[in-house]
Design a protein around this ligand. Structure first.
Ligand SMILES: [Zn+2]
Length: 417
C-alpha cells in the first residue's frame, strides 16, 4: 500500500468540506487552511478558470469578465473552529444585462454570513431571552447581530400578508430610558407588531398607518388606542371609516393611578394627624386585582373600609367601573355609566372627579368596545419581550436597531433565508 502524500490529505479535506458545504458544481474548494492559533479554518472557493457562468438576471451562460476583490463569509463552526469561506467572485459579461457578479450558492447577496450560518444565528437569537448572551454564544458583535436581524426582518416584511387585518392597535413605548418615544402598530387578531416608528406625534401615527396598503384600509373596522390626541387625529385622517376603541388597559391604568393618588394624599394627611401606620405598606393592595388578594390583603381592605377611608371609596369607584366592559348592549351600558359618573363626581375626591370627567369626554369611543371587543392586551403581552430588548441597551443606541429588534421578536415574521 502506498503512503499517503501531503497532496492526498489536502484533496480529501477539500472533498469533505465540499460535501459539508453542499457546494454546487462547478464551484470548487481549492484550499482548506486551519489556523490553530486563532482557531479558525479558512476555506477558499473558486469558479474554475475558463468556465462560463450564468448571468444572475437571465441565467444565460456568459464568459467571465473579471473577478471581484476577495470576500469572506462566516460559516457554521467546524468542531469549534470559526469557519470562513473565502472567494473572489467572478463577474460575467451578459450581452443583455452587462457585467454582473455571479450569484454564490452559499450566501444571500450582500450578506457577510453563509445561509446556514444565518439560519442558525436566527434560531439562537429567537430562542435566547438575552440578546447579549446570544451574541456571545455566536461569537458575534452587536453590529453583526443587527446585520443578521435587519436582513431577516426585511425578508419577513417582504413575505408577510397584511391584507386581511381588521383590528389594529396603536401604542407608545418609551425608548432609550424614557428620553424619547416610539409608536407601535399591532395587528390585534394576529397578535403581532406590524411597524415601529420614532416619536408619538400625529406624523408618527400617520407613518404607522401608511404600513397598511391604501386599498385595504377600508377593511380596518376598529383601532384600539389610548386617549392621546395626536394619534386620534392621525386615525381620523388615515382611517376615516374605522371606529376608535379607547383601550381598556389604558383606562384601567388611569383608574389605578387615581386610587393611588387618593391613597398617597390620605396617607400624608393621616401622618400629620398621627395615624401614619394605618396606610403604611398597603400601597400594593390597591394596585392589585382583588382576585389576587391574599387573606391578609382582604382583611386590611375590610379594616380600611370600615374606618370610612377615602382610599376605600376611590377603590370601590374604580372596581365598579370595570363592570362597564361586561355589558352587551350600549343602552344599558350608558345608563350604568351615567349612574357611575354621578357617584364619582359626587365623591368629593379630586383625583376621582378628574378621571371621571376625562372618561366622560371619551365615553363614545369607550363604548365602541361593546361592538368590537378589542384591546391592546397583546401589546401588553409584548412588554416583557420589548423590555428585554431594551435592557440590552448597548445594542440599541439608535432607533433603527430598536425597530429591527422588535420586529424580529414580535413581528411573527418568516425570518429564515
Ligand atoms: Zn443576462
Amino acid at each position: 500500500m502506498k503512503g499517503v502524500s501531503q497532496g492526498d490529505v489536502a484533496l480529501k479535506d477539500t472533498a469533505l468540506f465540499a460535501q459539508l458545504l453542499g457546494l454546487a458544481d462547478p464551484w470548487r474548494i481549492t484550499e482548506v487552511t486551519p489556523n490553530l492559533d486563532d482557531k479558525t479554518i479558512a476555506i477558499r472557493i473558486e469558479w474554475p478558470q475558463g468556465k462560463k457562468g450564468p448571468c444572475p438576471d437571465c441565467g444565460e451562460p456568459c464568459s467571465v469578465y473579471d473577478h471581484r476583490e476577495e470576500r469572506e463569509w462566516r460559516h457554521l463552526d467546524t468542531m469549534q473552529f470559526k469557519t470562513l469561506l473565502i472567494s473572489q467572485v467572478p463577474r460575467v459579461d451578459c450581452t443583455t444585462h452587462g457585467v454582473k457578479s455571479l450569484k454564490v450558492p452559499w450566501a444571500d447577496m450582500k450578506s457577510r454570513f453563509t445561509l446556514l450560518f444565518e439560519r442558525f444565528a436566527i434560531d439562537v437569537l429567537l430562542a435566547a431571552a438575552n440578546q447579549t448572551r446570544a451574541a456571545e454564544l455566536l461569537g458575534l458583535s452587536w453590529d453583526e447581530v443587527h446585520h443578521i436581524q435587519e436582513r431577516a426582518v426585511a425578508r419577513g416584511v417582504a413575505r408577510r400578508t397584511i391584507d386581511e387585518v381588521k383590528h389594529v392597535g396603536i401604542d407608545e413605548k418609551s425608548f432609550l430610558k424614557g428620553q424619547s418615544y416610539a409608536s407601535l402598530l399591532y395587528d390585534i387578531d394576529g397578535a403581532r407588531v406590524l411597524e415601529v416608528v420614532k416619536d408619538r406625534t400625529e406624523e408618527a401615527a400617520t407613518a404607522l398607518l401608511a404600513t397598511l396598503p391604501e386599498a385595504k384600509r377600508s377593511n380596518i373596522e376598529a383601532v384600539a388606542v389610548d386617549m392621546w390626541n395626536p394619534y386620534l387625529v392621525a386615525i381620523g385622517k388615515s382611517l376615516p371609516l374605522a371606529d376608535v376603541v379607547h383601550d381598556k388597559f389604558h383606562i384601567v391604568s388611569y383608574l389605578t393611578k387615581m386610587v393611588d393618588e387618593v391613597r398617597r394624599k390620605e396617607h400624608k394627611e393621616m401622618k400629620q394627624d398621627g395615624f401614619e401606620e394605618l396606610l403604611t405598606g398597603t400601597r400594593y393592595t390597591w394596585l392589585r386585582n382583588p382576585k389576587n388578594w391574599s387573606e391578609k390583603d382582604e382583611a386590611t381592605f375590610e379594616d380600611l373600609q370600615s374606618k370610612g377611608l377615602k382610599v376605600a371609596r376611590a377603590w370601590a369607584i374604580k372596581e365598579t367601573f370595570l363592570d362597564l366592559w361586561d355589558y352587551v348592549y350600549e343602552g344599558p351600558a350608558r345608563k350604568f355609566f351615567d349612574r357611575w359618573y354621578w357617584w364619582a363626581t359626587h365623591s368629593r375626591l379630586k383625583p376621582v372627579i378628574k378621571v371621571a370627567k376625562m372618561i366622560k369626554r371619551h365615553i363614545d369611543n369607550i363604548l365602541t368596545y361593546l361592538q368590537h371587543r378589542i384591546t391592546n392586551a397583546a401589546a401588553e403581552g409584548f412588554n416583557s419581550k420589548v423590555q428585554s430588548i431594551k435592557s440590552a441597551a448597548r445594542g440599541f443606541r439608535n432607533f433603527a436597531h430598536y425597530r429591527v429588534a422588535i420586529l424580529f421578536h414580535c413581528g411573527k415574521l418568516e425570518l429564515h433565508p
